[in-house]
Design a protein around this ligand. Sequence first.
Ligand code: PLP
Ligand code: COI
Length: 364
Amino acid sequence: MNTDTQLQFVTTTHPTRTSPEQIAASIATPMFGRVFTDHMVTIRWTDALGWHDAKVEARRPFQIDPACAVLHYAQEIFEGMKAYRGEDGAISLFRPLENARRFRASAARMSMADLPEAVFLQAVEALVAIDRDWVPGGNGSLYLRPFMFASENFLGVRASSEYVFCVIACPVGPYFKAGKTAVNVWVSDQYTRAAPGGTGAAKCGGNYAASLIAQTEASEKGCDQVVFLDAAEHRWIEELGGMNVFFVMDDGSLLTPPLSGTILPGITRASIIELAKREGIAVRETPYAFDTWRTDAASGRVKEVFACGTAAVVTAIGQVRHADGEFTIGHGDEGEVTRHIRTLLTGIQRGKIADPFGWVHRVK
Ligand code: PLP
Ligand code: COI
């Protein structure tokens, strides 16, 4: 059993690495999640050996047996994080240990192997280091996708005795259509994302699979994202399909739904709360009903609303559609407070603004 907090990685570089010209072309107009870097990191886990066989190698398909547990019972978790290239060329990650901690929490909820935070960080840093030429400058970033799946070939319903941990990466630009200053959201009154006691707080693939029908419905309604309400009363705002949500009230304060166990504890969400408090902006983590939102938008009590997450960064919500109609938030565009929060957060992430929190993690 390997109990070391650091693993020895065996590195094999890609035999035909992408040329600098091709990388430059991919980075110039990156689509979210379509183009991948040359390498991947894999680490295997078995009951007998613990974490072992750590590799950095050319990105390649997995060979999976049809009886592989993840294909049947969806024991899979993932993370989403970004590497940024500062103006001085230095590459950094944003609060990567928070991703490592959340990954452990997701693994615990899904009865999966516990990956030490130090190994998670080692793996992510190893991939960024070998594929560092792929980290875009400017407003782009390298999106990192650490994930783990049950790899035992067995159809019995129980926790797998084997897992594969992997990290892949892709250069990305904005998650939403470039140039869009505000997005539209569809409030689902039919589908919920997570119930108390369920897996809402874990970043497991199954949560996203279950959300896709509502996301498809949102697209059909001309919306960019779906807003989920709570499962018990269909009344309280929870989060979006892939991001948390903040409301800017007319007194300048922020309101965001609390971490009740049914929403993902977003690292962007947590950072915005700390950032806002430091700016002297009051933040309340309190339940907020959809009906109240509608009334407050009409009365002007809610001035701005924004979505936040690693992929979405900070994105204004301009229009809200639901079964009974639609309403606009403020002028339907990005508001002042949203812009201020976005500028501060991205400034720290990209090293343009001093980081008073110790959030920025340099990659050597
Ligand atoms: N909520 C959901 C469902 C998400 O998928 C994400 C994205 O990861 C978030 C919230 C935001 O989390 P974070 O800020 O850690 O990226
Ligand atoms: C992320 O922000 O990292 C996510 O996983 C959400 C998804 C919309 C890409």
